[in-house]
Design a protein around this ligand. Structure first.
Ligand code: CUA
Length: 156
């Protein structure tokens, strides 16, 4: 088969562009830690209380600058109900639900994530100012939804 010169050029161009796009997608996936929606961490919602890290909820210091806060949500509250973290440090919130979909929302911050049974959701945040911050459930989860909230103490 004889390819016309321009067809050859376009064919090579097309293959080159495909390689470039695949390369960009691949590099982004690795460098930015992007995972598809199905790639989130899974957990058995029936066994939350005995599955790490939710068998030990609360605040854990990971290193000088990073803290992990493990929280279980259920109708209609959060466990633990008392949370104290330092200002100016990276706080990694890890949440899951023991029953239905809730949310973990701290108004006036960028922290606003759904809490889905069977899934572990994470959000990192650094509080600049000490104070008492409200944590709210933003997803309708039943008759007690409007009362589902707690507080987080951010200290110097
Ligand atoms: Cu939990 Cu609304």
């Amino acid at each position: 088969m004889h390819l016309h010169k321009f067809e050859k050029i376009w064919l090579i161009f097309g293959i080159a562009m495909l390689a470039v796009f695949l390369g960009i997608v691949g590099v982004q996936a690795f460098t930015q830690g992007q995972t598809p929606a199905g790639g989130l961490k899974k957990i058995d919602p029936e066994k939350v209380d005995v599955t790490a890290p939710f068998d030990n909820p609360g605040v854990h210091q990971l290193n000088d600058d990073t803290y992990e806060v493990v929280i279980k949500a259920m109708a209609y509250g959060y466990e633990p109900s008392e949370i104290e973290v330092p200002a100016g440090k990276e706080i990694i919130f890890k949440v899951t639900s023991k029953d239905v979909i809730h949310s973990f929302t701290i108004p006036n911050t960028k922290v606003n994530m759904m809490i889905v049974p069977g899934q572990i959701n994470e959000k990192s945040y650094t509080f600049k100012e000490p104070g008492t911050y409200l944590i709210l459930c933003n997803e309708y989860c039943g008759t007690g939804h409007h009362f589902m909230h707690t507080e987080i103490e951010v200290v110097e």
